[in-house]
Design a protein around this ligand. Sequence first.
Ligand code: SF4
Length: 354
Amino acid sequence: MKFCSNCLNPISSKDKRAIALIQKEYQKDNNPWFLGYSGGKDSSALLTLVFNALLEIQNHHKNVTVIYCDTGVEIPTISSYVKDTIKSLETEAKDLRLPLKFNIVKPKLDDRYFVKVIGRGYPPPTNIFRWCTDRLRINPVKGIINPNENSVVLLGVRMGESTERDKTIKRHNTNSKYYLNQGSSTKTKIFSPVVNYSLKDIWSTLKYNAFPYSIDHSLIGQIYKDAGSECPVYKETKGTPCGKGRFGCWTCTVVRKDKSVESMIANGHDNLDELFKFRNWLVEFRDNPKYRSTVRRNGTPGLGPITLKGREIILDKLLYAQKQSRLDLIEEQEINRIHELWTIDINSDKYVEA
Ligand code: SF4
């Protein structure tokens, strides 16, 4: 539960200005609003501001859809926190008659991490071959936004968070400092009322706004203390979007060392130990040419997909980690799809096992 610190500390003038801006933009037209929520500090602060802006408006003429992308490989401790928070936010918004709707989206079955790696033999992502961000995080969110309709996506992006993010923000600049262009669609605009917030401003927003009760700044603070930074929910498919410490997929092999999970284990999340071991093993396994086909999927000679033998080994290791950790790491339908994809490769003339 949130400490009602705004009884002692009024909300900042920056928050007041952001809330007024959100109200003005919300009331301007009928274009649908979507808010990308990851449970991290920036999107939580954004949601806090939107929540408070809507509280002060009488006429709610349109909904704001809050989207959370459950990739299936989120760090389990964090994804349970986010899902619990969403449940509680849903109730709170309903009680206060706010037009907030919540939508948990997932990647398409064929785009899921393990279906790609174990089913199709994709090498776990690297900085050079980072096939994951679009498929796991960006496309599921884009999938519910009609690119042919004018719409606004609210994101908690901020200048000064990382050099990579600053470059992205500058690249997509518009006339308004709060709006960014969305590369692939001229109809979707990105609105970030917190673009000029500092880290200190973000924590102050989370701490000093009494609403929503469901967003608990001390819990988020604890998660950050335990884990590190986060992965974006929209755009930024290049560079190193997830930062050095991450708040993203527990399987992430883009970073050489997974500081998030390592740090969470050090802070008492012992059940993540098996996941940590699996990920580290996967990094080594990925680079072992013994388990890579010598023919690419396009038929040319070169480092091809992980062999069927290699994929079998990965699945066994994963199921072992699942059993040991007692965490749900892979869904039944993903396992079924993996077996179907193996059968396709076995029966294909084009697939070369070694
Ligand atoms: S956390 Fe890593 S694996 Fe997950 S989408 Fe981001 S870069 Fe890819």
